[in-house]
Design a protein around this ligand. Structure first.
Ligand SMILES: NC(=O)c1ccc[n+]([C@@H]2O[C@H](COP(=O)([O-])OP(=O)(O)OC[C@H]3O[C@@H](n4cnc5c(N)ncnc54)[C@H](OP(=O)(O)O)[C@@H]3O)[C@@H](O)[C@H]2O)c1
Length: 315
């Protein structure tokens, strides 16, 4: 008798609003060389998911449709492809799959160098909220920003998925952390260890913050433009959104970088160590079942809550 290899997954067949997300029955993918089939426990929901859904993300165009959404997962290895060395059947892991592989599903194929062991201190739901946001914060602060102990960083958007990890990573490094948030999130980011909290609805950060070594920009637009006035000579403005002005950087004797997060099991393992050491925690704003992925995206996009939104895959 042939083995049934179908699963439920949330796909889009065309770009548009949350109503374009459909829970469908699709084939379970087969792991290739150095890949693993993972039974998904939880999948993080990120702004990139609703940008892809709306057709506003250049890496996913019509030729990729139908497309399973979801850029991070936690789960358990159920099958290993040829030459897999670092993980075995039954291992629990977390991973940011590459963009062709969607996490809003019962199963996903993960390359072994994209994955890290699930931190012992995290349950499967919380671990599903870690990969993309934490990797973005880690790579922005350290790989691109070169943030060091004793330096000063201003983080715009400190209460969101990326920002709440960035505050904690920078503090763990021994940096001074200032952050801008809306007034409702001020206590939240103080609780994560921010040294200076600026309610951008009530005050201008330029009037509050002394010159910093690094601005980490998770907001873009006018917030990014105004940030040059607080970057030290020799400092850097790192953005997840738009390329900072080369002219403004040159005028201030500083640098500007825009980057895209990359899959990295190695970075994710280091993050897991900090989590298990109790130096960093992942905060879940809300958890939805997989079949309510549309509501989860509506919630993230409309409410911009403190911390992470996650989908539980057990249907
Ligand atoms: N380049 C990359 O590889 C990469 C990777 C990850 C994320 N990103 C981008 O980086 C940005 C931050 O990501 P995230 O996961 O931290 O997002 P998020 O969880 O949605 O957090 C964004 C935070 O920004 C604040 N905010 C201020 N004005 C906002 C507005 N008009 N809409 C939404 N939020 C607003 C909100 O906090 P307050 O209410 O406290 O202001 C919110 O919590 C997103 O645009 C995302 O697409 C890029």
């Amino acid at each position: 008798m042939e083995t049934v290899r179908s699963m439920k997954a949330v796909r889009i067949a065309a770009f548009g609003g949350p109503e374009m997300l459909h829970l469908e029955t699709v084939d379970i993918p087969t792991p290739g060389e150095r890949e693993m089939l993972v039974k998904v426990a939880a999948a993080g929901v990120n702004p990139v998911d609703y940008k892809i859904r709306a057709g506003k993300y250049p890496a996913v165009r019509e030729d990729k449709l139908p497309y399973i959404l979801g850029r991070d997962v936690s789960g358990e290895v159920v099958e290993c492809g040829p030459s897999t060395e670092r993980f075995a059947k039954g291992d629990r892991l977390m991973a940011m799959p590459r963009i062709e592989r969607g996490g809003y599903a019962e199963y996903v194929v993960i390359r072994e160098d994209e994955a890290a062991p699930r931190p012992r201190s995290l349950d499967a739901i919380v671990a599903g909220a870690v990969p993309l946001a934490a990797l973005t914060a880690w790579q922005g602060l350290f790989r691109h920003g070169g943030l060091k102990q004793g330096q000063r960083v201003l983080i715009h958007g400190g209460s969101g998925g990326v920002g709440h990890f960035a505050i904690q990573f920078a503090k763990a490094k021994g940096a001074y952390v200032a952050t801008t948030v809306s007034g409702q999130h001020a206590d939240f980011v103080r609780g994560l260890g921010a040294d200076q909290v600026i309610d951008y609805e009530a005050r201008r950060f330029e009037d509050e913050v002394d010159a910093v070594d690094m601005v980490f920009d998770l907001i873009g637009g006018e917030t990014q433009e105004r940030s040059w006035s607080v970057v030290k000579r020799g400092g850097i403005l790192v953005s997840t959104l738009t390329q900072p002005s080369r002219e403004k950087a040159a005028e201030g004797g500083a640098r500007g970088v825009r980057y895209t997060v990359e899959e990295s099991g190695a970075d994710l393992s280091e993050i897991g160590v900090l989590i298990d050491a109790g130096q960093v925690r992942a905060v879940i704003a809300r958890c939805f079942p997989l079949d309510r992925a549309a509501d989860a995206q509506r919630f993230l996009e409309a409410e911009h809550p403190a911390g992470k939104v996650v989908l539980e895959a057990g249907l």
